[in-house]
Design a protein around this ligand. Structure first.
Ligand code: PEP
Ligand code: MN
Length: 356
């Protein structure tokens, strides 16, 4: 993929500030609702109004969006407030209608990005458009599939491209609705530093109380923007009620976020340091999670040994592990001394667990 600085340049030319803030309801519900939210957002840092018009629902029987009429409400909101508009398109017909109604930003949803056939059809329907197109990550943690969708659009001569990180679904329930797996957007940034990257904390969180922290992590990782679901009456929203916040809360979040925009040598140093530290924090979190999982398995082995009357310490097995990890450590530039220290500590913790 070639450089894609265009979206950033375009945003700058539009006078849109960093980070780009896209806000608005999960779903457009009525003209009054769209206009009410847009009017309140006008007084915040948000410069783009989002609203889902066609809603991909996991199970049938839920509210599936108001359809085409919602595009008229968005147009009206844009005329009145000057906010740009953004909506999800999931097939060529949606694309055609969104373009007819002058939607400024079209995004491809997580359930669409997983399907190369549909992404290809959408890419062809969008051919040559100068609208901004944002691609959400696929629901499954697959960087190649995400990039594949971006490439299909790029090949269709859509140059104002960006991506949205909305987390990845997991079978196990965690504190997130969709696991952030920060390593994936970090890898994407390393490979394509010019591809604008936007965080959707709402679909990662699935709840309101961790939206701020997710946004701060993203800004520390140099994300370019935020897409935050915002509703005038979140509890009564027709979809994703538990994760939406009010325009007032959104305003407070953007006030409290540490946004590093000034340019000076000292600040540049600080920004870089903060960015690298956040990457370390992401990895430390993973290390702790993985060691925790290892201990759970050690617990299971402990129970198995106890039930079969077998001693906890098995020297032969332990020496095999050590030998293998010293070799793997070498491949990862880790000294033998370090690997021995770490593994002795891990082994001791496993034994302590098994003795419980
Ligand atoms: C949405 O933005 O409302 C949405 C449906 O998101 P996702 O595609 O990330 O699930
Ligand atoms: Mn939603």
């Amino acid at each position: 993929m070639k450089n894609n600085k265009n979206l950033r340049t375009w945003l700058n030319n539009m006078g849109l500030q960093h980070p780009l803030v896209i806000a608005g309801p999960c779903s457009a519900e009525s003209e009054a609702q769209v206009l009410n939210i847009a009017r309140q957002l006008k007084n915040t840092d948000a410069t783009v109004l989002r609203a889902g018009i066609w809603k991909p629902r996991t199970r049938p029987g839920n509210f599936e969006g108001v359809g085409e009429i919602g595009l008229k409400w968005m147009k009206k909101a844009k005329e009145e407030t000057g906010l740009l508009t953004a909506t999800e398109v999931a097939n060529p017909n949606h694309v055609e209608l969104a373009l007819q109604n002058d939607i400024d930003i079209l995004w491809i949803g997580a359930r669409t990005t997983v399907s190369p056939f549909i992404v290809q059809e959408i890419a062809e329907a969008l051919k040559g458009t100068d609208k901004i197109v944002l691609v959400k990550n696929p629901v499954n943690p697959d960087l190649a599939l995400w990039l594949g969708a971006v490439e299909r659009l790029y090949t269709s001569n859509i140059e104002r491209l960006g991506v949205i990180h909305r987390g990845f679904s997991t079978y196990e329930k965690t504190k997130y609705r969709n696991n952030p797996e920060w390593q994936i957007p970090i890898d994407l940034q390393n490979q394509f530093p010019d591809l604008p990257l936007i965080l959707d904390p709402s679909h990662i969180a699935g709840r309101r109380d961790i939206i701020f922290d997710l946004c701060q992590t993203a800004l520390d990782l140099n994300f370019d923007g935020l897409m935050i679901e915002t509703h005038h009456d979140p509890d009564n929203a027709w979809s994703d009620a538990s994760q939406q916040i009010t325009p007032k809360v959104l305003d407070q979040i953007t006030i409290d976020l540490k946004i590093r925009k000034e340019e000076s040598e000292a600040l540049e140093y600080k920004n870089k340091l903060e960015n690298l530290r956040t990457k370390i924090d992401v990895i430390d979190h993973k290390i702790s999670e993985i060691i925790g999982k290892r201990m759970q398995i050690a617990d299971d082995i402990g129970i198995l040994k106890k039930n079969n009357n077998v001693a906890i310490l098995q020297n032969k097995r332990w020496n095999e592990i050590l030998g293998r990890m010293i070799l793997e450590g070498k491949e990862n530039n880790l000294s033998e001394e370090f690997v021995l220290k770490i593994y002795k500590a891990i082994h001791q913790e496993s034994i302590n667990h098994q003795k419980r």
